[in-house]
Design a protein around this ligand. Sequence first.
Ligand code: DP6
Length: 320
Amino acid sequence: MQATARAQPNIALIKYWGKRDRTLNLPAVGSISITLAELFTEMNVQFDSGLNDDVLTVNGEIDRQMLPRISRCLSAVAGEGRDTALVDSHCNFPVAAGLASSASAFAALVVAASAAAGQQRSTAELASLAGQASGSAARSLYGGFAELENDGDSVAVETLLDAGDWPLSIVIAVTSSGPKPLSSGEAMEISRKTSPFYGRWIDDQMHDLDVARLAIRERDFDKLAAIAEHNCLKMHSVMWASRPPIVYWNAATLDCLQTVRELRGQGVGVFFTVDAGPQVKAICMAHDVSRVCDALQSTNGVRRVIVSGLGVGAQLTDCA
Ligand code: DP6
């Protein structure tokens, strides 16, 4: 059997950084994200016992580097005794550059693999399987504003608002299209072991989640902007103070943050967030999107901007 699924990346407004259990890949903190609409990964999974080993292609090219993680995820979904699989992935945005490509990839993979294996799993089960492969992927099973709660032996994700309930826009300023130097998983471990700010980061997260959850429920843009920027800068402070230091930013990243602050000074409703990469994500009110686009596009070092609205969670698109 074969199946295809499509999933969108998500951008964390309150970030996941650090693992509580590396074997189960359980995050050390909860997180809140928005799922995008226009960026996507489409994954086709075909279980085919004729193959000796699993085969992964990404945008038409064989990918051996990502294959072990894909194979482990397939076994978690379909069982260790499963047939070998042909996995064909297509992505309409740069992979491994801090645009959350692993989130959309593993969310699409679990949905497609489960259907191709003839299973009927709930969204919660699929989210838990995706989260074992990549913590942030659990959130891409859900659309709009999603909160990942970090309790007990597994993760649970809840929708705070649907995409249409507060239709914000996201402008991504791409400042580099190369792969990132260090995966988020490796970087988190360095932070956990060496950053003097790591403990404080964990202790403060519940407060940031409470403030952001309320701001989202009340659709209070300024309150959400303030806590999201604070949480983002705190996560990067944890990274910068790690040994060796983890610095994903480049000069253009800083210039973009300045652009966002200047726009806000001019009365534009916009705030920034940055993940494990040099790209800047500006979240704004839908009516301000062209102003934010123009300002970021003309910021030094910005290669291009990508605009997206908020979208739905991962979906099965074909199964035969
Ligand atoms: C900075 O989900 O990529 O984007 O679980 O090791 O695969 P693994 O990590 P990953 O980390 C995401 C980190 C982040 C913040 C976030 O998305 O919450």
